[in-house]
Design a protein around this ligand. Structure first.
Ligand code: ATP
Ligand code: MG
Ligand code: MG
Ligand code: MG
Length: 346
């Protein structure tokens, strides 16, 4: 069977996807699978790479170029990836990859693929939609105000008043559709709130302002289609004001504590909320559910990432590893879940 590995992508999380892709190439079971590399450039071109039948010696195999003299890939039309006996692994993070767009395309060309479907991807990526759905499900979350760019432009004063009437400083301002903390800032006053909104609108016309809280951050990994399994929560132990892009990928300022040192009750609640959120959002394949935990042991669900960071050392695979599911076996399970969902829809 062939695995079509889609990586890179037209999003601010392009580089993160390449890291995840290399880990997958190192661990996939080549006795059963061949891997067709398909790189998506930052400007959205699809480049066909080599067909791998064994573990590559280094990551140079991923560095496809198409616009230089030593170009190593061929630009293809996306729909030409369609073939029988193949499963797509859309290992893409953020908009244009994790948000239902690629998933819709794969549905249209009728190929099985790993991870969440269209609806779950779109709602999970959009922080405003996620909040509405979790609210309906009665899952605790921090107070928030959705702020659409048009309304902000029309009447910024009204937006300030709405935020300040509902929330206290510090506030967290985020583009609704993004990941890896791109475009997120903390605002301590009105001036910072204004700058933070401007920053968020660089990435999306939809932004969300949230109540900033002092809290530990714990995460639960979820795996399955109808049969949903969760791991114990792990903690992101951080030495920084917030878990921003630099601390995630550049400075290595964080430590993962697995399992998190929390009470039995918190562990249970985190798993329960994660599972409920996943079911309410119609999840399949995988997701990583992120929480805030205050020093009063209050738990708030922050978000569900439908294609979490997937290097061998990322939180999602590490949580499963701790539960006894090795990285290579995890990939195998994801392939089987993709096939099952595909067969059920036929
Ligand atoms: P991911 O890489 O997990 O997809 P993301 O870009 O979707 O991240 P969030 O997880 O919502 O963004 O926020 C990024 C980080 O910002 C959090 O891990 C946390 O450190 C901080 N943060 C976000 N919202 C709040 C909040 N309301 N109060 C305090 N800190 C927050
Ligand atoms: Mg996220
Ligand atoms: Mg994310
Ligand atoms: Mg997060």
């Amino acid at each position: 069977m062939k695995i079509v590995l889609l990586y890179g992508g037209r999003s601010a999380e392009h580089d993160v996807s390449i890291l995840s892709a290399f880990s997958v190439l190192n661990a996939i079971y080549y006795d059963y699978y061949q891997v067709q590399l398909v790189f998506i450039t930052k400007d959205g071109k699809w480049v066909k790479g080599p067909l791998l039948t064994e573990k590559p010696k280094n990551d140079s195999v991923l560095k496809l170029t198409w616009d230089t003299e030593d170009a190593t890939g061929e630009i293809i039309s996306p729909s030409t990836i369609k073939e029988e006996n193949a499963v797509v692994f859309p290992l893409l993070h953020g908009p244009n990859g994790e948000d239902g767009t690629i998933q819709g395309f794969l549905e249209t060309i009728d190929m099985p693929y790993i991870g969440a479907g269209v609806l779950t991807s779109a709602c999970g990526m959009d922080k405003i939609m996620t909040k509405y759905i979790l609210q309906a499900a009665g899952i605790p979350q921090v107070p928030y105000v959705p702020v659409l760019k048009n309304l902000w432009k029309e009447n910024p004063k009204q937006i300030f008043e709405q935020c300040e009437g509902t929330l206290l400083y510090p506030m967290f301002v985020k583009p609704a559709n993004m990941g890896s903390s791109v475009g997120i800032s903390k605002a301590e006053n009105r001036e910072e709130l204004q700058n933070a909104l401007q920053e968020a609108y660089k990435y999306d016309t939809r932004a969300i302002v949230e109540q900033g809280i002092e809290a530990r951050e714990i995460e639960v990994a979820i795996l399955g289609n109808e049969d949903v399994r969760t791991t114990l929560a792990g903690e992101i132990v951080k030495d920084v004001a917030f878990y921003d892009y630099n601390s995630k990928y550049i400075d290595n300022q964080i430590v993962m504590q697995i399992p998190a040192e929390v009470t039995e009750d918190v562990q249970q609640k985190a798993q329960e909320f994660a599972k409920k959120a996943y079911v309410m959002l119609g999840g399949s394949g995988l997701s990583r559910c992120d929480f805030f935990l205050t020093n009063k042991n209050e738990l708030f669900l922050n978000e569900l990432n439908t294609m979490p960071g997937f290097t061998q050392y990322s939180m999602y695979p590490s949580l499963w590893e701790k539960m006894g599911l090795k990285y290579g076996d995890l990939i195998e399970e994801l392939i089987q879940l993709a096939l099952k969902r595909y067969e059920q829809r036929q």
